[in-house]
Write a new protein. Structure first.
Length: 371
């Protein structure tokens, strides 16, 4: 057996709540495979507080470029506001580092293709955090669906109904196209519908609606979509920040079973429920319910999968065409909602206004309309 590689040298960019609360525990869970060597934040006080939490051996910088020049990390974890992701990801790739970035990886398909070009030029990879793909429950469900064990997928529902108040949107970078890229379609529901796409495969057509019902934002505060998949399944998707009873839910009705996931911000195996169709015998159904291990959905699980890919010399999950398909779905939902017509996979490319920005410069949704 070949020896395990030396620990990957890791830098974090942004030291706020998501990095301290999710990325730092993930790094600790992968101890022996990674070593945190540097942190970047423009807020010196926040940076110092993070370094005290992470360990004084972690070098501190207030500039990403200065850190990349001085440290030359193997892997960069990015947890800054979305408007900074593309620039910081491209800079890290050009420095030869792999990237694991909070969602969304960038704010448009045009920006995504810039990142893809930087990947190709550098030989490094950029992955986006979609941690719900990596729990054992999702891996188990995906295998059962893909193998045909549950019968053909027919009908699905994907629900992200959360609640955010005015204080949440008082943070300057929230609720604007330029800084966040959109509303709950980009910043909240993207985790659940990414998992839906992961379970059901390529989508073909989206018919969307969006509205700004409560919050004084540029972007929407609720969106819905009807989706047709390449395998023939049809689905509904709901993304809301207006819902006092908060829940995240996916349901897939197959010919032989219904599989349901109900949680809020993360799941374990027990959050997945399988209901057999009346014609399915109990012995067959019993085999669906219990994966061999119980791995919660988490940043740690995704980081482990990235490191496994690195060790094996393969593209990491959460990168490349698969990750682009999720961003393309968001763009298609917006385009359909704002134009009032269905959008098909592959139609949004250079020259299409929704390729350059999720608002598509639509006269009722462009940033200038909320100036």
């Amino acid at each position: 057996m070949s020896p395990r590689p030396a620990p990957r040298r890791v830098a974090v960019v942004g030291t706020g709540a998501i990095v301290a609360g999710s990325h730092l525990p993930a790094l600790r869970a992968q101890a022996g495979r990674v070593e945190l060597v540097a942190a970047v934040d423009v807020d010196r006080g926040r940076l110092d507080a993070f370094r005290e939490l992470a360990g004084e051996h972690v070098a501190g910088y207030t500039s990403t470029s200065a850190m990349l020049d001085a440290v030359r990390p193997d892997l960069v974890l990015i947890g800054t506001p979305p408007s900074l992701h593309r620039e910081q990801t491209v800079a890290a790739l050009k420095a030869g580092a792999w990237v694991l970035c909070e969602k969304p990886l960038c704010l448009s398909l045009a920006e995504y293709d810039e990142i893809a070009a930087a990947e190709e030029a550098s030989g490094a990879y950029a992955s986006v955090i979609f941690q719900h793909r990596y729990g054992s429950g999702a891996a188990h469900a995906r295998e059962l669906i893909a193998s045909g064990e549950l019968g053909a997928p027919l009908v699905a529902h994907c629900q992200t109904t959360w609640y955010r108040d005015a204080a949440y949107y008082a943070v300057p970078w929230r609720g604007t196209w330029a800084s966040e890229g959109g509303g709950p379609t980009m910043g909240h529901g993207i985790h659940q519908y990414d998992l839906l796409l992961h379970l059901l495969g390529p989508w073909e057509e989206v018919r969307g609606m969006a509205a700004r019902l409560v919050h004084d934002t540029e972007s929407e505060d609720v969106s819905t979509a009807l989706v047709r998949f390449a395998n023939g399944a049809v689905a509904t998707v709901v993304n809301s920040v207006l819902s006092p009873q908060e829940v995240s839910r996916i349901r897939v009705d197959c010919a032989d079973a219904t599989v349901e996931l109900t949680h809020l911000y993360g799941y374990r195996n027990e959050d997945w429920v399988y209901t057999p169709a009346p014609h399915v015998d109990a012995g067959r159904a019993a085999a669906w319910r219990t994966p061999a291990t119980d791995v919660p959905s988490s940043h740690s699980a995704q980081l482990g999968a990235l490191l496994d890919a690195w060790d094996s010399g393969t593209r990491p999950p959460g990168s490349g065409p698969g990750a682009r398909a999720t961003l393309e779905f968001a763009a298609a939902l917006y385009k359909s909602a704002f134009t009032g017509r269905p959008v098909h996979a592959g139609e949004i490319g250079p020259g299409d206004p929704y390729y350059a920005a999720m608002h598509g410069n639509h006269p009722r949704w462009a940033p200038e309309e909320r100036a």
